[in-house]
Design a protein around this ligand. Structure first.
Ligand SMILES: Nc1nc2c(ncn2[C@@H]2O[C@H](COP(=O)(O)OP(=O)(O)OP(=O)(O)O)[C@@H](O)[C@H]2O)c(=O)[nH]1
Ligand SMILES: [Mg+2]
Length: 221
């Protein structure tokens, strides 16, 4: 009885979230904005990747960031140094952004700026390899990061994130020589979950692979 009730509640929750995500996407499209939802475990390198991305692209593209964190504005403050609008959303006890929270961020962006001026909105989700993949926020593409330090088996153990991703970045590849890790096995495990996903190995530290990531972004616009 309880299980049926819980399942029905979860379905309603996801339906309501989906409707909100579609409304957010309509706003983005009215304004000519492409939106990426960037997701990973805590510490896989989302904010550093955004720093390198803003450094490279913000001179030629008009970019805004929606930064999801449970309690702090630490990541938002890091990204504000790149002179782009960064809308910080604290999710409190929630382990992911949902479409309603992002809708609040979109309204703040539209209130403070002319949204039609933007080309790209980058949403950094809360660090979590499970829940963010279930809740669309209105993005056009889902970008997942998996760092080499997390282990080759993660695509098999946490499949939804890898099934949902349009682009999968294998991050921190500069650390691979110091670990007992097989990059090819990571790729094979990702492909087992999602045969057509774009896979880009990168290091934000040495900048290896960054050109491929930037080229992928430009292709989506
Ligand atoms: N060696 C190395 N370290 C990296 C790389 N990218 C990120 N890091 C380090 O990994 C740590 C976490 O990076 P963040 O960018 O803060 O990770 P995050 O995914 O934004 O973390 P949360 O927002 O807390 O989920 C930091 O100490 C970074 O310096 C990389 O390419 N190579
Ligand atoms: Mg971060």
């Amino acid at each position: 009885m309880h299980q049926t009730f819980d399942a029905a509640l979860e379905i309603n929750l996801l339906h309501a979230n989906q409707a909100g995500a579609e409304e957010n996407r309509r706003h983005f499209e009215d304004w000519g904005i492409t939106c990426f939802n960037i997701m990973s475990s805590p510490g896989a390198g989302k904010t550093v990747l955004l720093e390198r991305t803003l450094e490279a692209l913000s001179p030629k593209l008009k970019i805004a960031v929606i930064e999801g964190d449970m309690t702090t504005e630490l990541d938002a403050e890091r990204l504000r140094q790149y002179h782009v609008p960064v809308i910080a959303i604290n999710t409190g006890r929630s382990c992911h952004l949902d479409s309603k929270m992002v809708s609040g961020g979109i309204h703040r962006l539209a209130h403070e700026y002319n949204p039609s001026e933007f080309d790209l909105v980058l949403v950094e989700n809360v660090g979590n390899l499970v829940c963010p993949a279930e809740f669309e926020v209105g993005e056009h593409q889902k970008v997942a990061l998996l760092s080499v330090t997390e282990g080759e088996d993660k695509p098999l153990k946490y499949p939804v994130m890898f099934q949902e991703a349009d682009c999968l970045l294998i991050t921190k590849i500069d650390l691979a020589p110091y670990l007992d890790i097989d990059l090819q096995r990571i790729e094979d495990n990702v492909r087992q979950m999602n045969p057509n996903v774009t896979i880009i190995p990168v290091s934000a530290k040495t900048k290896v692979g960054l050109e491929d990531w930037l080229a992928w972004i430009e292709k989506q616009l």
